[in-house]
Design a protein around this ligand. Sequence first.
Ligand code: KDG
Ligand code: MG
Length: 402
Amino acid sequence: MKILSAKVLVTCPGRNFITLKIETDQGIYGLGDGTLNGRELAVASYLTDHVIPCLIGRDPFQTEDIWHYLYRGAYWRRGPVTMSAIAAVDMALWDIKGKALNTPVYNLLGGKSRHGVMVYGHANGKDIEQTAEEVARYTEMGYMAIRAQSGIPGLPSTYGVSKDRLFYEPAEKGLPPENVWSTEKYLNHVPKLFEKLRVQFGSDLHLLHDVHHRLTPIEAGRLGKSLEPYHLFWMEDPVPAEMQEGLKLVRQHTTTPIAIGEVFNTIWDAQQLITNQWIDYIRMTLVHSGGFTHLRKVADLAALHHVQTGCHGATDLSPVSMAAALHFDIAINNFGIQEYMRHTPETDAVFPHTYKFDKGYLLPGEGPGLGVDYDEKLAAKWPYERAYLPVNRKLDGTMFHW
Ligand code: KDG
Ligand code: MG
């Protein structure tokens, strides 16, 4: 089998998605996600101008060699644009392999290790009361794990608090909106949220919280300690991720489990975190970390060091990514949990898929490949629209982490 052609598909059914479609000489095609929120067209150009010409004529079954050709073979390595482009190719090739062999991709990764993939949903509200109502709604839908975020008194907007009830979309059309931040107000507020949730929902529900890289290690230690009575499933991204040693200090101060890595791109971003056991869950995901071929190596390193996976699964990862994540999650032994933010009906219509939510689990479907398709005609109705994630400033105007 040979790769005959490949093209990048750009669509915006409510938000922008970049999809790579690779076609073979045997009429089988594969799909890969290359969406990078707020920098979508950089990946599209990287693929069209620099990667696709190098793929033509290659054997799509040679996923390992093609991966290294694109990573090791190129002088400039790593980074979110490069690794999202490589991921798109890798995902599409595994989709082709599955279709050619008439089997779901999970069977090529070791087969099913569990009957379903436990997912967590996002409950968020303008205040504690509203967040609690949302948590209740998610429990009624069958979720066993829920991430809770709430607006902070005295701040006009907060990360993770959406305008819509089911579809949280942090990117906004036009130029980047600006948020305002106060670490002190945040640290004082969050424990009150989880105190209320534990009183109302008891001990069995898995509760998660995303700090979004906004604290220093010692502040994160304080937050983790103050949340210990409410035994969170995890505290996510407590500090900015560039400096891995920062997590050592957080670890020394709290037993609240730590998850990090949705912005990581290669195993090198997580190497010290994993080998020193400074974290409990690695959040790296297929689309921003080089696809199956690379994430498998990350998961295997993690397995040696008591670290489980908790793949990123926000709405800016397309249904192709979500399907790919489910095949990965159901196959590996050290799976922890999968994030699941529902896509809008418009997005689901562009990407018809076989995965399904059932009583707190997602099931990838039994069809060949990844089990996702792409409606090119429908997608063409929604051309690219410039959109950005917000930026964030402290109360005094200082530029801060988003
Ligand atoms: O593109 C950024 C989003 O994916 C991010 O804000 C979502 O933090 C996030 C999460 O945990 O899903
Ligand atoms: Mg996050």
